[in-house]
Unconditional design. Structure first.
Length: 373
């Protein structure tokens, strides 16, 4: 009977919390390839029609500074002799003056000096000929907002200055691919499942945007609001399972058929319950059997008043594991809506050969004839 292998890879961060998210690689079985982890969800609005509002009102879902490669970017007038700021536009469609003229959209280019972005990483800031500044492009249908972009293209037939070229965070469930996951073979277009651990609300998703830093958990507005309509994500962790190499060609935003097949394969392994327990505990494989007081708190017991997971260093006693335990059952039930087969998992577990215990060899004649004075 096939069984899974679990490898602890790294501990990374999520929104408002340094560390505490353990990446566990799942292999074995019938070519199983998955990564499970937990963290605090963060909203990614990239690609949404109202993601970034025009300067200086900044009335979008997200702050305009987050559309640059510097979360602390300042939109000030340029110093004398400088043609660009030391940051680069990342999350909005952007062009030089000449590029906008060639594309016949100059009227939509916001060429105020406060918005003059560096031509590219490392480009000189004072050479308008070799490294002209780039400026954000406004939407044609609503010039109060810029064209927000995603790392993955939706429709190559449309120009980059058309919002339809990109995935809309308010219309699809997507995740942002960060370096820790990329290092494990996850690519843009690959699929996963996000599960709110306290109530089992879940959504499948695909990776359509990119993030930076040693962190996980940035998800599209549609997915974020489905799991946390009360915007209380910092009080409850979210569990994830993602599948490296699962993307389809051509890329699709519908993970359901592929995820159903992959979960079906995992269901036919003898120890898939361990994978579910890891997702339920929000810890590493090695720490799954540690004393409860050494494990991260999983909101158990329920606090008298709401507390942020980011403020909880360790959890109280009462870790519940096993497929019949409450939190593991919540995860298993959520996975079952996407293709996990509990009956197949139980059959696989029951078919696993089990040791009958210690085999005690027969006593030697020397021992039998031993006389104690």
């Amino acid at each position: 009977m096939a069984s899974l292998n679990f490898t602890d890879v790294a501990e990374v961060s999520s929104k408002g919390r340094v560390g505490g998210s353990f990446l566990v690689q799942v292999s074995g079985g019938v070519n199983a390839n998955a990564v499970v982890y937990s963290g605090i969800l963060n909203e990614d609005a990239d690609g949404a029609p109202r993601c970034y509002g025009v300067f200086p009102f900044d009335a979008g879902i997200d702050q305009l500074k987050n559309a640059t490669n510097n979360g602390n970017a300042q939109f000030d007038p340029l110093p004398a002799g400088q043609v660009a700021h030391p940051w680069v536009w990342r999350g909005v469609a952007n062009m030089t003056h000449d590029e906008a003229v060639a594309a016949k959209i100059l009227a939509r280019l916001d060429e105020r000096s406060e918005l003059a972005g560096r031509h590219h990483d490392g480009a000189p800031l004072n050479d308008a000929r070799r490294a002209p500044p780039k400026f954000p492009v406004k939407r044609a249908d609503n010039t109060n907002f810029y064209v927000s972009t995603t790392a993955l293209v939706k429709d190559t037939r449309l120009p980059e200055t058309d919002p339809g070229h990109w995935w809309d965070a308010t219309a699809v469930n997507y995740g942002a691919l960060t370096p820790p996951l990329r290092a494990l073979g996850v690519e843009l277009g690959d699929f996963g499942i996000a599960i709110r651990r306290d109530n089992g609300t879940s959504r499948t998703f695909f990776f359509a945007d990119a993030g930076f830093g040693q962190k996980i958990g940035e998800m599209s507005t549609l997915l974020f609001r489905a799991l946390f309509p009360g915007n209380n994500q910092e009080e409850f962790l979210t569990s994830f399972i993602v599948f490296p190499g699962s993307r389809t060609r051509p890329i699709t935003s519908d993970p359901a058929p592929t995820v159903r097949r992959l979960l079906g394969d995992l269901s036919n392994t003898s120890n898939v319950g361990t994978m579910i327990d890891i997702m339920a505990a929000g810890t590493s494989f090695a720490r799954l059997n540690d004393a409860p007081e050494l494990l991260y708190e999983m909101n158990d017991p329920q606090p008298a008043r709401p507390r942020k997971v980011a403020d909880m260093t360790h959890r109280a006693a009462g870790l519940d594991r096993g497929l019949n335990a409450r939190r593991s059952k919540t995860i298993a039930d959520a996975l079952a809506t996407h293709g996990y087969d509990p009956a197949a998992a139980e059959r696989a577990r029951a078919a696993e050969p089990r040791s009958l215990g210690l085999a005690i060899p027969p006593l030697s004649d020397e021992i039998k004839n031993l006389k104690i004075p």
